[in-house]
Design a protein around this ligand. Sequence first.
Ligand code: GLN
Length: 547
Amino acid sequence: MARYIFITGGVVSSLGKGLASAALGALLQARGFSVRLRKLDPYLNVDPGTMSPFEHGEVFVTDDGAETDLDLGHYERFTGVPARKTDSVSSGRIYSNVLEKERRGDYLGKTIQVVPHVTNEIKDFLHIGEDEVDFMLCEIGGTVGDIEGLPFFEAIRQFSHDKKRGQCIFMHLTLLPYLAASGELKTKPTQHSVKELQSIGIAPDILVCRSEHPIPDKEREKIALFCNVRKESVVAAYDLKSIYEAPLAYHEQGLDQAVLDAFDISPAPAPNLAMWHDVYDRIHNPEGHVKIAIVGKYTQLEDAYKSIAEALTHGGMANRVKVKIEWVDAELFDREDAAPYLEGYHAILVPGGFGERGTEGKIKAAQFAREKQIPYLGICLGMQMAVIEAARNVAGLTTAGSEEFDHEAGGKRFEPVVYHLKEWVQGNHKVARKTDDDKGGTMRLGAYSATLTEGSRVAGIYGGTAIEERHRHRYEVDVKYRDVLQQSGLMFSGMSPDGKLPEIVEWKDHPWFIGVQFHPELKSKPFAPHPLFADFVRAAVEMSRLV
Ligand code: GLN
């Protein structure tokens, strides 16, 4: 039966709860325990699938096809445990389940209330898979005191009560602001935040205090006394140069020891942190750098491409170089020459995206990379744009485009080299789209296998011809254009197992030009960089030696 660690936050948002949870998961693994991490989000959206990347950052997709919060990406990158649909839930999902049950008559005509019906629904969610791991780490989104969060706090309070004593602990993240005028760290906001928690029946066992300055012993004692925790359980979280230092930094501050003490696990198994020391060394001692342009649409919010930025960092670690990412807005050169915007980069990456805006710029970026022999990685929409560029400028299909853009404009302007997929095969069964333009839940989502062409560049990179990668898209390159494009030199080097859906394209006579219909970035980890990203950065390093 799993032990539960509930992670909450107070004082201000964006304290790095997700990172603290992920780092703690990694530390428990380093001591030989198995873990699973979960996120409970108080917002009312049913899932983040339809939330704007501008507002909410990237949508992280799991193998089993759930569109989840980007924190699940952190969890996977730190623990290597593939997240599942059941690792993320929002108030919207919980309420929607409760209302569905009410409509079905499952509650036998009872009055439906937040307590116990909503809280029971949350508790049922928490129980899923509890026999599978040693530790279940559950992060509650938002901060204590938020109106939306209350049912979640009440549910975890009840949950810990229902369980045997000592099976659940509460870890609370707060901020210690520094007052320059008096040269002091202030503990009062932390005290208030803990009071707020206590007033809803939760007494934290561990306090993680974010601070820009070292926490003096005296302040630690004061926090312990006023917040009713042990002094060793007041753990400092200082700013870090890289998020991947977090496991080592938290270990140094005694977080994992404090957690094991709180559960009375003694003697505590010694941690093996060799992997994290290696990660640290690769980040802090690069032997050079490369400059890579990400040509996208959501460039104002870097979180919109979180996993891509992380995967590039991992690719840099694999090659012992620092990857300097520059965000280039594709719309800037929708109607003008792309060269002035793209010169000087050692590689170009065009990421996934939705809608027509900026796509002409992305097509130009693919053309620039092809003609100038610059390493290019196209992901999802980035692959589709590379195919359209090849069709228009090499194969002579001058009106080539995507049905996605016609769909938006409500006309037929393009030859549909990229078309709206209506039916496809997943494993052994057929999947059909229910409606034409349903915004949520009808994409080709989650893990699908692909077969790679023997002798292709990608087969060499993956070291084999059978792969499985995660998808999230509605549109697809039409296989009927394969022959004409291959004759032009664009190889279809990865296909779905039934041979109907193009998964990977690569230019034959180019140092490194690959487009993939899936999202390899979602599976990259600092300790196991994704082979495509590792090789893409290697190609960028080579390019940097040429210029
Ligand atoms: N908009 C494209 C599609 O739906 C690409 C999606 C993506 O890049 N994730 O097929």
